[in-house]
Design a protein around this ligand. Structure first.
Ligand code: ADP
Length: 408
């Protein structure tokens, strides 16, 4: 089945056309600056290896979707003859609250529940709704499926998702752990379970999705027991610009000392912290690694090194604590931008973990700095398997969509 995977952001819309039986991506692209000046579409036709970028006015996501369909059906840069060759649309949705524990076919009831998710992720949900409306306007009657980043984490027990705040705020506002990157954790944990060669029910896996945004999950028997992101994607390990877990008392303390408003404090923790805040110069792990490679002669070295070591320390703590709550560990998986492309961080994390059964294979890790296929970085003797598995959230979205639509 040909599924158009749509990932709508507030001013952007990414898409991929995926044939779900083969997993083949025939085209992908992005519309940028939707609703602003200088909006453009970049379209890649992967079969003929063509890439075009063109400026085109897009006042909203419906305009963007029209351009996407035009590009997909274009005689020269397209890959399908007409829209009928797209059987369904699959949307990436960032937050499904506690309303959605699995992917679902869009209907009026689903749409109104999604409206309620605005209270958790206002910017993202508004963008998703615009993307959905854009698809309804451009491809009326085409089945649309929503795939939620939070859904995979809905298997957590209350002890993992309820915060030790007065219970009334959980009931009143839905304040609880929801997690994020669920589609990625689901994909790589399932791939890892296959590699372990034992029934999924018997597997204990820690998945480390480490990118600009990062989260770690404990997946036991194919179900999430805990995950590092929380009520929002600010929780957990240090990230590109997010602070991750901090003592919550720091928030009122800093607000009082610096006279920050809640919005300023939120901005500081989300956009000025993490790698950027600690290093003082970049949120991108490549820049930090360059400074570290230069050594102490580079004035940026010390804090770049500190920023990376904080992340290492955080990840180790999560792996250890998740092994404890799962009562064991079969495998650790690294994925996403940093997980797949930063051998230095992988080495730092996996060193000195023999007590847990991890025997790191440095040579294998060094030989695969950028991983595009499943790669083992633990020794054959290691009790715990450590793998780098490239994530593929779009494929999961396309496959879920195809399965739901095929059953109609
Ligand atoms: P997001 O959370 O925005 O999806 P990514 O998963 O793309 O982010 O991760 C971005 C991070 O991954 C950046 O810190 C970047 O340095 C790192 N990264 C991505 N690709 C590469 C690469 N080819 N080489 C080294 N680092 C990379």
């Amino acid at each position: 089945m040909n599924v158009l995977v749509v990932n709508a952001g507030s001013s952007s819309l990414k898409y991929q056309l995926i044939e779900t039986d083969s997993g083949l991506v025939s085209a992908k692209g992005v519309c940028e600056r939707i609703g602003g000046d200088g909006s453009s579409i970049t379209h890649k036709q992967l079969i003929k290896d063509i890439k075009v970028t063109k400026e085109a006015p897009m006042k909203d996501h419906s305009d963007a979707m029209k351009l996407v369909v035009d590009a997909l059906t274009d005689k020269e840069i397209g890959c399908i003859a007409d829209m009928n060759e797209i059987q369904a649309i699959g949307h990436r949705v960032v937050h499904g609250g506690a309303y959605f524990s699995k992917s679902i076919l869009l209907d009026d009831e689903v749409l109104s529940k999604l409206e309620l998710c605005k209270s958790f992720a206002p910017l993202h949900t508004t963008a998703h709704l615009m993307g959905i409306k854009g698809c309804l306007a451009t491809m009326p009657g085409k089945p649309q499926v929503l795939v939620f980043d939070t859904a995979f984490h809905q298997t957590m027990a209350p002890e993992a998702y309820v915060y030790a705040l007065p219970y009334e705020y959980y009931e009143k506002y839905g304040i609880r752990r929801y997690g994020a990157h669920g589609t990625s954790h689901r994909y790589v944990s399932a791939e890892m379970a296959k590699l372990l060669g034992k029934p999924v029910e018997d597997t204990k896996i820690v998945t480390c999705h480490i990118g600009n945004g990062s989260s770690i999950s404990a997946v036991k028997g194919g179900k999430v027991m805990d995950t590092s992101m929380g009520f929002t994607p600010l929780a957990g390990v240090e990230m590109g610009t997010r602070c991750g877990d901090i003592d919550p008392a720091i928030v009122p303390y800093l607000m009082e000392k610096e006279g920050f408003t809640p919005a300023q404090m939120d901005d500081l923790m989300n956009k000025k912290s993490g790698f950027l805040g600690v290093s003082g110069f970049s949120s991108d792990s490549r820049d930090l690694e360059d400074a570290i490679a230069d050594g102490p002669s580079n004035p940026k070295y010390e804090r770049a090194n500190l920023a990376v070591n904080i992340l290492k320390h955080n990840i180790k703590k999560y792996i250890g604590s998740y092994a404890a709550i799962m009562n064991g560990l079969d495998a650790v998986v690294f994925t996403a931008g940093i997980g797949e492309n930063n051998p230095h961080l992988r080495e730092l994390v996996c060193q000195d973990m023999e007590f847990l059964g991890i025997e790191f294979d440095k040579a294998a890790n060094d030989a695969a700095p950028h991983v595009s296929e499943n790669t083992k970085i633990s020794t054959d003797a290691s009790k715990v398997a450590v793998y780098v598995l490239p994530t593929n959230e779009e494929l999961v979205i396309a496959q879920d969509t195809a399965a739901i639509v095929a059953a109609l």
